[in-house]
Design a protein around this ligand. Structure first.
Ligand code: PLP
Length: 380
């Protein structure tokens, strides 16, 4: 059997152990501790803009705490990109609010400004109230069309929460994804750009917002000599051991980004002469994706071939691939949610596939992946 080629397996840089060992030796195994603040400082330095970052137990927790601070309550509506992982929208429902899904534009695959505008106007007409927040996603690392989205958000005075879980290191118009919205979430789950084995962070615009985030993440404890609580809180803080892994990963973040970009460039080169297959790429120089995952789409109709068939052929060769995210407006759990779109994300879902892109994927691996795919579409 050929060597397994994984989609997006985490890779340690080597220094993670130092920080974890230190945590054990200094008995900082409990939550909180020097690695957590150290990791937050490292992240803030990386974003080199005026950000205040709070390390949390997951990206999902970050979205939840952002929505709380944006005042989302029972009965409210929140606009969310439909083409994304379910974690973008789940926290809306934790608050008793309802998601309103907006379709993607064909070039970035992210929130369509046109359908966003239509959605806001229609929700105001139908419910008499504005949606409380807008959640665009930088899917697969590709920056969303932030200028257009922010202009609409400003016009209606609705705050933006960026889902940058897949976009650490992605740049839009010389600015880091994650620094555009009132809040932005990051994820350090096992398969993301860097990992803490599980974790996330909330990027805040002010020290006050970061303090408030910390407050909610640590059971909302009032300042008092005893345990006193005037609000409901959560146990969402990142642990000191996890943060130690994160600090080590910061040393290899730039390498990981460079690697994924070079694998993407190689795939583009290798597929250049393959008729009927397109590699998802930046629409123009305003966009610089971290290329977390390289995605391909099959032009219709490609001799009846489907992404599923290609995926099965790859699997038989011990190569992991993955369908594109199934749009949330097509998910049974969100059947009732309003949707504004034109079929773009559904079309992508039906035609697309994610290819191995992680730090362990070598040039030879990418060449093997493309060879298998060429073989499948050659055979009828
Ligand atoms: C991974 C991911 C999340 C959630 O992050 P977790 O750390 O797994 O909770 C949210 N949104 C998107 C788009 C993601 O890919």
């Amino acid at each position: 059997m050929n060597k397994k080629i994984w989609l997006s397996l985490a890779k340690m840089g080597g220094r993670e152990r130092e920080f974890i060992r230190e945590a054990f030796e200094t008995n900082w195994v409990a939550p909180l501790g020097p690695n957590v603040t150290g990791f937050e400082k490292d992240l803030e330095a990386y974003f080199d803009s005026d950000t205040h970052i709070v390390a949390l137990s997951s990206g999902t927790a970050a979205i939840h705490l952002a929505l709380i601070q944006l005042g989302v309550e029972h009965g409210d509506e929140v606009i969310c990109q439909s083409f994304t992982f379910v974690a973008s929208a789940n926290p809306i429902t934790y608050l008793g609010a309802s998601p309103v899904f907006v379709d993607s534009e064909p070039d970035t695959w992210n929130m369509s400004p046109e359908h966003l505008r239509r959605a806001i106007a229609d929700r105001i007409a139908v419910t008499g109230r504005k949606p409380k927040a807008i959640i665009p996603v930088h899917l697969y690392g590709m920056p969303a069309n932030m200028d257009a989205i922010l202009a609409i958000a400003e016009e209606y005075d609705i705050p933006v929460l960026e889902d940058a879980a897949e976009a650490l290191g992605s740049i839009y118009k010389s600015q880091h994804c994650g620094t555009f919205g009132t809040f932005a979430c990051l994820s350090f789950n096992g398969n993301k750009m860097i990992t803490t084995s599980g974790g996330g962070a909330l990027i805040c615009k002010s020290r006050e917002a970061a303090h408030k985030t910390l407050f909610y993440a640590t059971q909302a404890r009032d300042q008092a000599p005893h345990y006193q609580h005037s609000e409901i809180g959560y146990n969402y803080r990142m642990s000191n051991v996890s943060a130690g892994i994160g600090r080590g990963q910061m040393f290899v973040l730039d390498d990981h980004i460079a690697h994924r970009r070079s694998i993407n460039a190689l795939y583009r080169e290798l597929f250049r002469n393959v008729k009927g297959i397109s590699v998802h790429q930046e629409p123009n120089d305003d966009y610089n994706s971290n290329h977390w995952l390289t995605c391909i789409t099959l032009d219709t109709p490609l001799n009846g071939h489907t992404p599923y068939k290609i995926s099965k052929a790859l699997d038989a060769e011990n190569i992991e691939s993955r369908p594109l995210w199934k749009p949330l407006h097509l998910q049974p759990v969100f059947e009732q949610a309003p949707f504004y779109g034109d079929g773009t994300s559904e079309h992508l879902f039906n035609r697309g596939l994610c290819l191995p892109s992680g730090p362990h994927v070598s040039e030879e691996d990418a060449i093997r992946v493309v060879e298998v795919i060429r073989e499948v579409i050659r055979k009828d």
